[in-house]
Ligand binder design. Sequence first.
Ligand code: SF4
Length: 362
Amino acid sequence: MKYVDEYRDSAAAGKLVAEIRRQATRQWVLMEVCGGQTHNLLRHGIVDELRETVELIHGPGCPVCVTPAEAIDFAQQLALRENFVVTSFGDMLRVPGSRDSLLSVRGRGGRVKIVYSPLDAVEWARRNTDQQVVFLAVGFETTAPATALAVLQAEKLGLENFSLIVAHVRVQPAMEALMNSPDNRVQGFLAAGHVCAITGFKTYDQFVRDFRVPVVVTGFEPIDLLEGILECVRQLESGRAEVVNRYARAVRRAGNQSAQQVVARVYEIDDRPWRGFGSVPQGGFRLRTEYERFDAQQRFGRGPTLQLPVMSGDGCRAADVLAGRLRPTACPEFGTRCTPDFPLGAPMVSSEGACAAYYRYS
Ligand code: SF4
């Protein structure tokens, strides 16, 4: 299959591994930002194959994992209110908030509905005007265009029973927070290719100047990942720090400007809390003033707080895993009290979570 088979070619992968080893005079510490990259690095054995040459630290790029517990808690509160239905992508249902998950709230009678697109939630609101339909809007710059379109569609339809819990986050500010952290060890980044497909990568020019680290826009197939690693190693060995696009079949320097425009029309950049990071300056989006009537927090955030049972997530080191300070297998709960069937934390729940990746592939 074109654009797939050639990026999984084992002979080509072997040559890239050999070249990375030949170039490296020491072990370098790189971070792959995206959880999808983490899964493929483990699935294809690249982490182990290059262990002596490159230490790969797994980044915070799992949108489900970094969604703050408060957003999930609020969704649970609304799901239990009369005439409310909370809509969400399916992978959010098992993610623990500070006390519980949406799935268990649904088991106790909460109204939680899985949708495949924010526009499905708008359509549900159009057909059920007796319900307040709230969409849990999570994800990076990749999903923000779709929720912005949903807001515009709800406005066009004149819906007064549709709103969002806005928990969208932006990747680059989290990378800046990592670099500013006193215990940072990252020397180069594999930037998330699908995010850059929307945002482009010209904003990394300043990042590279500020922090003197290579940033290589990288895809998800084994050859993509190895080419990204090789580019980082080459730069580090020659003392360079540049932005390079190694995912040219999907990413342009300016990104997808139509998507950027729809996001900019509906959202503005704001400081946002990230699970594992705390408040990240300019780390997410909020609805612009003219769309605040679609903000569930503004409309319904002052209602009575219901008591939810405390979740047994004690001992979860998700914050350290998400900030790259702890390898999942070093968590004392990994594979014992915490498994994909009985997860204690979001990184074991999500299909992009680092703990789930290690459980599945290591
Ligand atoms: S293994 Fe489980 S308990 Fe440990 S950090 Fe990951 S999700 Fe949390």
